[in-house]
Design a protein around this ligand. Structure first.
Ligand SMILES: NC(=O)c1ccc[n+]([C@@H]2O[C@H](COP(=O)([O-])OP(=O)(O)OC[C@H]3O[C@@H](n4cnc5c(N)ncnc54)[C@H](O)[C@@H]3O)[C@@H](O)[C@H]2O)c1
Length: 329
Protein backbone atom coordinates (compact mmCIF):
# COMPACT_ATOMS: atom_id res chain seq x y z
CA UNK A 1 0.00 0.00 0.00
CA UNK A 2 1.67 3.32 -1.02
CA UNK A 3 2.02 6.06 1.58
CA UNK A 4 1.79 9.79 0.94
CA UNK A 5 4.53 10.96 3.28
CA UNK A 6 3.70 14.67 3.02
CA UNK A 7 0.19 14.04 4.30
CA UNK A 8 1.15 11.07 6.45
CA UNK A 9 -1.66 8.99 5.00
CA UNK A 10 -1.66 5.49 3.67
CA UNK A 11 -3.08 5.46 0.17
CA UNK A 12 -5.34 2.78 -1.22
CA UNK A 13 -5.67 3.41 -4.96
CA UNK A 14 -9.24 4.47 -5.69
CA UNK A 15 -11.33 5.63 -8.62
CA UNK A 16 -11.91 9.31 -8.06
CA UNK A 17 -13.99 11.90 -9.93
CA UNK A 18 -12.97 15.56 -9.93
CA UNK A 19 -15.55 17.93 -11.40
CA UNK A 20 -13.95 21.20 -12.49
CA UNK A 21 -10.73 19.16 -12.65
CA UNK A 22 -9.33 21.34 -15.43
CA UNK A 23 -9.53 24.42 -13.20
CA UNK A 24 -6.91 26.20 -11.16
CA UNK A 25 -7.43 24.16 -7.98
CA UNK A 26 -8.88 21.10 -9.71
CA UNK A 27 -5.89 20.56 -12.01
CA UNK A 28 -3.52 20.67 -9.00
CA UNK A 29 -5.73 18.26 -7.12
CA UNK A 30 -5.87 15.90 -10.11
CA UNK A 31 -2.07 15.90 -10.45
CA UNK A 32 -1.70 15.20 -6.74
CA UNK A 33 -4.28 12.40 -6.74
CA UNK A 34 -2.58 10.74 -9.70
CA UNK A 35 0.82 11.05 -7.99
CA UNK A 36 -0.76 9.30 -4.99
CA UNK A 37 -1.76 6.39 -7.22
CA UNK A 38 -5.46 7.10 -7.71
CA UNK A 39 -7.34 6.63 -10.99
CA UNK A 40 -8.77 10.02 -11.78
CA UNK A 41 -11.67 11.05 -14.00
CA UNK A 42 -12.21 14.74 -14.77
CA UNK A 43 -15.62 16.16 -15.65
CA UNK A 44 -15.21 19.69 -16.99
CA UNK A 45 -16.90 21.75 -19.68
CA UNK A 46 -13.66 23.70 -20.27
CA UNK A 47 -15.55 26.99 -20.04
CA UNK A 48 -12.67 28.46 -18.05
CA UNK A 49 -8.98 28.68 -18.92
CA UNK A 50 -7.61 25.44 -20.39
CA UNK A 51 -4.87 23.97 -18.25
CA UNK A 52 -2.67 20.98 -19.00
CA UNK A 53 -3.84 17.79 -17.31
CA UNK A 54 -1.74 14.70 -16.64
CA UNK A 55 -2.00 12.21 -19.53
CA UNK A 56 -3.19 9.56 -17.05
CA UNK A 57 -6.36 11.51 -16.24
CA UNK A 58 -9.52 10.32 -17.97
CA UNK A 59 -11.30 13.37 -19.34
CA UNK A 60 -15.04 13.70 -19.84
CA UNK A 61 -15.91 16.97 -21.52
CA UNK A 62 -19.36 17.80 -20.26
CA UNK A 63 -21.52 19.98 -18.10
CA UNK A 64 -21.99 19.15 -14.41
CA UNK A 65 -25.62 20.31 -14.82
CA UNK A 66 -26.21 17.60 -17.41
CA UNK A 67 -27.71 14.51 -15.81
CA UNK A 68 -26.34 12.11 -18.44
CA UNK A 69 -22.80 13.52 -18.18
CA UNK A 70 -22.93 13.24 -14.39
CA UNK A 71 -24.22 9.66 -14.44
CA UNK A 72 -21.52 8.66 -16.93
CA UNK A 73 -18.81 10.36 -14.86
CA UNK A 74 -19.97 8.80 -11.59
CA UNK A 75 -19.92 5.25 -12.92
CA UNK A 76 -17.83 3.08 -10.56
CA UNK A 77 -16.30 6.05 -8.75
CA UNK A 78 -15.30 5.65 -5.12
CA UNK A 79 -14.93 9.34 -4.22
CA UNK A 80 -16.05 12.62 -5.76
CA UNK A 81 -14.65 16.14 -5.51
CA UNK A 82 -17.10 18.82 -6.67
CA UNK A 83 -15.06 21.83 -7.82
CA UNK A 84 -16.93 22.83 -10.98
CA UNK A 85 -18.02 26.44 -10.67
CA UNK A 86 -18.12 29.84 -12.32
CA UNK A 87 -15.65 31.58 -10.03
CA UNK A 88 -14.60 35.12 -9.29
CA UNK A 89 -17.12 37.69 -8.09
CA UNK A 90 -16.94 39.90 -11.24
CA UNK A 91 -17.21 36.79 -13.41
CA UNK A 92 -20.18 35.52 -11.41
CA UNK A 93 -21.79 38.98 -11.67
CA UNK A 94 -21.54 38.81 -15.48
CA UNK A 95 -22.71 35.17 -15.59
CA UNK A 96 -25.20 35.00 -12.74
CA UNK A 97 -27.31 32.26 -14.27
CA UNK A 98 -24.31 30.03 -14.96
CA UNK A 99 -22.84 30.76 -11.56
CA UNK A 100 -26.04 29.81 -9.75
CA UNK A 101 -26.93 26.79 -11.83
CA UNK A 102 -23.42 25.31 -12.05
CA UNK A 103 -23.10 25.35 -8.28
CA UNK A 104 -26.67 24.54 -7.31
CA UNK A 105 -27.92 22.32 -10.12
CA UNK A 106 -24.49 20.74 -10.61
CA UNK A 107 -24.23 19.75 -6.95
CA UNK A 108 -27.84 18.57 -6.97
CA UNK A 109 -27.19 16.32 -9.98
CA UNK A 110 -24.13 14.83 -8.28
CA UNK A 111 -25.92 14.25 -4.98
CA UNK A 112 -28.93 12.71 -6.71
CA UNK A 113 -26.81 10.20 -8.58
CA UNK A 114 -24.16 9.64 -5.89
CA UNK A 115 -23.95 5.93 -5.11
CA UNK A 116 -24.42 5.04 -1.46
CA UNK A 117 -21.18 5.04 0.52
CA UNK A 118 -19.28 7.22 -1.97
CA UNK A 119 -18.00 10.37 -0.26
CA UNK A 120 -18.50 13.74 -1.94
CA UNK A 121 -16.06 16.49 -1.00
CA UNK A 122 -17.66 19.81 -1.77
CA UNK A 123 -15.52 22.79 -2.73
CA UNK A 124 -17.28 25.59 -0.91
CA UNK A 125 -16.00 29.08 -0.23
CA UNK A 126 -15.32 31.74 2.36
CA UNK A 127 -17.86 33.71 0.30
CA UNK A 128 -20.63 31.99 2.27
CA UNK A 129 -19.69 34.06 5.34
CA UNK A 130 -20.46 37.25 3.38
CA UNK A 131 -19.77 40.48 5.22
CA UNK A 132 -19.71 39.04 8.72
CA UNK A 133 -17.63 41.24 11.02
CA UNK A 134 -16.41 38.09 12.79
CA UNK A 135 -12.59 37.83 12.48
CA UNK A 136 -11.31 35.17 12.40
CA UNK A 137 -14.45 33.44 11.28
CA UNK A 138 -15.23 29.96 12.59
CA UNK A 139 -17.26 27.27 10.89
CA UNK A 140 -20.20 27.62 13.31
CA UNK A 141 -20.44 31.41 13.09
CA UNK A 142 -23.44 33.17 11.59
CA UNK A 143 -23.25 34.22 7.96
CA UNK A 144 -24.21 37.70 6.81
CA UNK A 145 -25.12 38.09 3.16
CA UNK A 146 -26.40 41.21 1.42
CA UNK A 147 -29.66 41.78 -0.42
CA UNK A 148 -30.36 39.79 -3.57
CA UNK A 149 -30.61 42.92 -5.75
CA UNK A 150 -26.85 43.33 -5.24
CA UNK A 151 -25.41 41.05 -7.91
CA UNK A 152 -22.08 40.60 -6.16
CA UNK A 153 -23.80 38.32 -3.62
CA UNK A 154 -24.88 35.84 -6.30
CA UNK A 155 -21.75 33.73 -5.90
CA UNK A 156 -22.15 33.65 -2.11
CA UNK A 157 -25.78 32.54 -2.34
CA UNK A 158 -24.82 29.91 -4.90
CA UNK A 159 -22.11 28.43 -2.66
CA UNK A 160 -24.37 28.64 0.39
CA UNK A 161 -27.19 26.81 -1.39
CA UNK A 162 -24.75 24.18 -2.55
CA UNK A 163 -23.80 23.57 1.09
CA UNK A 164 -27.45 23.41 2.12
CA UNK A 165 -28.15 20.81 -0.56
CA UNK A 166 -25.20 18.76 0.61
CA UNK A 167 -26.35 18.92 4.22
CA UNK A 168 -29.94 18.05 3.31
CA UNK A 169 -28.72 15.09 1.29
CA UNK A 170 -26.57 13.95 4.20
CA UNK A 171 -29.44 14.28 6.68
CA UNK A 172 -32.22 12.77 4.60
CA UNK A 173 -30.52 10.47 2.12
CA UNK A 174 -27.45 9.40 4.08
CA UNK A 175 -24.99 10.95 1.60
CA UNK A 176 -21.45 11.13 2.89
CA UNK A 177 -20.56 14.77 2.24
CA UNK A 178 -17.63 16.77 3.55
CA UNK A 179 -17.53 20.51 3.00
CA UNK A 180 -14.30 22.44 2.42
CA UNK A 181 -14.62 26.23 2.68
CA UNK A 182 -11.66 27.59 0.76
CA UNK A 183 -10.29 31.06 1.53
CA UNK A 184 -8.60 33.04 -1.27
CA UNK A 185 -6.54 30.36 -2.94
CA UNK A 186 -3.59 31.71 -4.94
CA UNK A 187 -0.61 30.41 -6.87
CA UNK A 188 0.93 29.92 -10.28
CA UNK A 189 -1.63 28.97 -12.90
CA UNK A 190 -4.39 31.25 -11.62
CA UNK A 191 -5.80 33.66 -14.15
CA UNK A 192 -6.40 37.31 -13.32
CA UNK A 193 -9.17 37.36 -15.91
CA UNK A 194 -11.97 36.63 -13.44
CA UNK A 195 -11.13 39.32 -10.92
CA UNK A 196 -8.62 37.45 -8.73
CA UNK A 197 -6.46 40.10 -7.15
CA UNK A 198 -3.01 38.55 -6.88
CA UNK A 199 -2.34 37.43 -10.47
CA UNK A 200 -3.59 40.83 -11.64
CA UNK A 201 -1.28 42.78 -9.31
CA UNK A 202 1.75 40.61 -10.11
CA UNK A 203 1.04 40.87 -13.85
CA UNK A 204 0.79 44.66 -13.59
CA UNK A 205 4.02 44.86 -11.59
CA UNK A 206 5.91 42.76 -14.14
CA UNK A 207 4.54 44.81 -17.03
CA UNK A 208 5.57 48.07 -15.32
CA UNK A 209 1.94 49.17 -15.26
CA UNK A 210 0.20 50.81 -12.30
CA UNK A 211 -1.08 48.30 -9.75
CA UNK A 212 -4.81 48.89 -9.47
CA UNK A 213 -6.14 48.59 -5.93
CA UNK A 214 -9.90 48.80 -5.62
CA UNK A 215 -11.40 51.10 -3.01
CA UNK A 216 -8.97 52.51 -0.43
CA UNK A 217 -7.13 49.18 -0.13
CA UNK A 218 -8.00 48.77 3.55
CA UNK A 219 -10.02 45.61 2.88
CA UNK A 220 -8.24 42.48 4.09
CA UNK A 221 -7.94 38.92 2.87
CA UNK A 222 -6.04 35.84 4.02
CA UNK A 223 -4.38 33.97 1.19
CA UNK A 224 -3.43 30.32 0.93
CA UNK A 225 -1.16 28.76 -1.66
CA UNK A 226 -2.92 26.30 -3.95
CA UNK A 227 -0.53 23.51 -2.90
CA UNK A 228 -1.55 23.99 0.72
CA UNK A 229 -5.21 24.23 -0.28
CA UNK A 230 -4.97 20.88 -2.08
CA UNK A 231 -3.37 19.36 1.02
CA UNK A 232 -6.28 20.76 3.05
CA UNK A 233 -8.86 19.28 0.69
CA UNK A 234 -7.17 15.87 0.91
CA UNK A 235 -6.98 16.11 4.69
CA UNK A 236 -10.72 16.76 4.92
CA UNK A 237 -11.41 13.86 2.55
CA UNK A 238 -9.25 11.55 4.67
CA UNK A 239 -10.05 12.68 8.19
CA UNK A 240 -13.03 15.05 8.08
CA UNK A 241 -16.29 14.05 9.74
CA UNK A 242 -19.11 13.26 7.30
CA UNK A 243 -21.66 16.08 7.13
CA UNK A 244 -19.21 18.60 8.57
CA UNK A 245 -17.66 21.81 7.16
CA UNK A 246 -14.03 22.91 7.47
CA UNK A 247 -12.34 26.22 6.73
CA UNK A 248 -9.22 25.68 4.65
CA UNK A 249 -7.02 28.74 4.35
CA UNK A 250 -3.78 30.38 5.26
CA UNK A 251 -2.58 32.55 8.11
CA UNK A 252 -2.01 36.29 8.29
CA UNK A 253 -4.63 38.84 7.32
CA UNK A 254 -3.30 41.24 4.64
CA UNK A 255 -4.64 44.65 3.59
CA UNK A 256 -4.87 44.78 -0.19
CA UNK A 257 -2.88 48.04 -0.27
CA UNK A 258 -0.09 46.27 1.65
CA UNK A 259 -0.38 43.32 -0.72
CA UNK A 260 0.27 45.66 -3.66
CA UNK A 261 3.31 47.13 -1.86
CA UNK A 262 4.60 43.64 -1.14
CA UNK A 263 4.21 42.64 -4.80
CA UNK A 264 6.17 45.72 -5.88
CA UNK A 265 8.96 44.99 -3.41
CA UNK A 266 9.21 41.30 -4.29
CA UNK A 267 9.17 41.81 -8.05
CA UNK A 268 11.53 44.81 -7.96
CA UNK A 269 8.92 46.75 -9.92
CA UNK A 270 8.85 50.54 -10.19
CA UNK A 271 5.11 50.62 -10.84
CA UNK A 272 2.97 53.07 -8.88
CA UNK A 273 -0.23 52.07 -7.08
CA UNK A 274 -3.51 53.53 -8.32
CA UNK A 275 -6.59 53.48 -6.14
CA UNK A 276 -9.72 52.86 -8.21
CA UNK A 277 -13.24 53.35 -6.80
CA UNK A 278 -15.12 50.06 -6.46
CA UNK A 279 -18.11 51.45 -8.35
CA UNK A 280 -15.89 52.29 -11.34
CA UNK A 281 -14.88 48.63 -11.61
CA UNK A 282 -17.96 46.71 -10.51
CA UNK A 283 -20.81 49.18 -10.98
CA UNK A 284 -23.39 49.99 -8.31
CA UNK A 285 -24.51 46.36 -7.72
CA UNK A 286 -21.45 45.55 -5.66
CA UNK A 287 -20.82 45.30 -1.97
CA UNK A 288 -17.32 44.68 -0.63
CA UNK A 289 -16.43 42.39 2.26
CA UNK A 290 -14.21 44.55 4.48
CA UNK A 291 -12.31 41.76 6.26
CA UNK A 292 -11.91 38.06 5.71
CA UNK A 293 -9.76 35.73 7.77
CA UNK A 294 -10.41 32.11 8.66
CA UNK A 295 -10.03 30.27 11.88
CA UNK A 296 -8.33 27.08 10.73
CA UNK A 297 -8.19 25.41 14.13
CA UNK A 298 -10.75 22.79 13.17
CA UNK A 299 -8.84 21.53 10.13
CA UNK A 300 -5.54 21.92 11.98
CA UNK A 301 -6.83 19.41 14.48
CA UNK A 302 -7.00 16.95 11.58
CA UNK A 303 -3.32 17.55 10.80
CA UNK A 304 -3.52 20.34 8.20
CA UNK A 305 -0.81 22.95 8.29
CA UNK A 306 -0.29 25.66 5.63
CA UNK A 307 3.42 25.63 4.78
CA UNK A 308 3.97 28.08 1.93
CA UNK A 309 4.40 31.76 2.77
CA UNK A 310 2.63 34.50 0.84
CA UNK A 311 5.99 35.92 -0.27
CA UNK A 312 6.98 32.54 -1.72
CA UNK A 313 3.67 32.33 -3.57
CA UNK A 314 4.08 35.85 -4.98
CA UNK A 315 7.55 34.94 -6.23
CA UNK A 316 6.24 31.72 -7.78
CA UNK A 317 3.42 33.60 -9.54
CA UNK A 318 5.94 36.14 -10.85
CA UNK A 319 8.19 33.34 -12.15
CA UNK A 320 5.23 31.63 -13.78
CA UNK A 321 3.91 34.82 -15.42
CA UNK A 322 7.41 35.73 -16.64
CA UNK A 323 7.74 32.46 -18.55
CA UNK A 324 4.08 32.15 -19.66
CA UNK A 325 3.61 32.43 -23.44
CA UNK A 326 1.16 35.32 -23.16
CA UNK A 327 0.92 37.93 -20.39
CA UNK A 328 -2.49 36.59 -19.36
CA UNK A 329 -2.71 32.83 -19.81
N1 LIG B 1 -9.82 30.07 -6.23
C1 LIG B 1 -10.27 30.42 -5.04
O1 LIG B 1 -9.70 31.28 -4.38
C2 LIG B 1 -11.48 29.74 -4.44
C3 LIG B 1 -11.90 30.19 -3.17
C4 LIG B 1 -13.02 29.60 -2.63
C5 LIG B 1 -13.67 28.57 -3.27
N2 LIG B 1 -13.23 28.16 -4.49
C6 LIG B 1 -13.98 27.08 -5.13
O2 LIG B 1 -13.08 26.10 -5.60
C7 LIG B 1 -13.59 25.52 -6.80
C8 LIG B 1 -12.54 25.60 -7.90
O3 LIG B 1 -12.19 26.95 -8.12
P1 LIG B 1 -10.99 27.39 -9.09
O4 LIG B 1 -10.37 28.59 -8.52
O5 LIG B 1 -10.17 26.21 -9.42
O6 LIG B 1 -11.83 27.87 -10.37
P2 LIG B 1 -11.61 27.54 -11.93
O7 LIG B 1 -12.49 28.44 -12.72
O8 LIG B 1 -10.17 27.58 -12.26
O9 LIG B 1 -12.13 26.05 -12.02
C9 LIG B 1 -13.48 25.73 -12.16
C10 LIG B 1 -13.59 24.70 -13.26
O10 LIG B 1 -14.97 24.37 -13.42
C11 LIG B 1 -15.24 24.27 -14.80
N3 LIG B 1 -16.67 24.50 -15.02
C12 LIG B 1 -17.35 25.68 -14.94
N4 LIG B 1 -18.65 25.48 -15.21
C13 LIG B 1 -18.80 24.16 -15.44
C14 LIG B 1 -19.91 23.34 -15.76
N5 LIG B 1 -21.15 23.85 -15.87
N6 LIG B 1 -19.71 22.01 -15.93
C15 LIG B 1 -18.46 21.48 -15.81
N7 LIG B 1 -17.38 22.20 -15.51
C16 LIG B 1 -17.55 23.53 -15.32
C17 LIG B 1 -14.37 25.32 -15.47
O11 LIG B 1 -14.13 25.04 -16.84
C18 LIG B 1 -13.10 25.22 -14.62
O12 LIG B 1 -12.17 24.31 -15.18
C19 LIG B 1 -14.89 26.24 -7.12
O13 LIG B 1 -15.96 25.52 -6.61
C20 LIG B 1 -14.76 27.55 -6.36
O14 LIG B 1 -16.02 28.05 -6.01
C21 LIG B 1 -12.16 28.72 -5.10
Amino acid sequence: MPTDHTLGMEVVAMRVLVTGGAGFIGSRLVARLIAMGHLVTVLDDFSSVRRPLPPDARIIEGDVRDEAAVRLSLHRQEAVFQLAAVVGVPNAMRRQWDSLTTNVLGTMRLLEALPSGVPLILGSSSAIYGKTPQVPVREGDDVLLGNTHIASWTYSYAKLTEELLARASAAERGSEVKIVRLFNVVGPGQTGRYGMVLPRLVGQALAGEPLTVYGDGSQTRTFVDVRDAVAGILTVWDKGAPGDAYNVGGVGEVRILDLARRVIALTGSRSPIHLVPMAAVFGPAFEETPRRAPSIEKVRALGYQPLISLDETIQDIAAWLAQAPSPEP
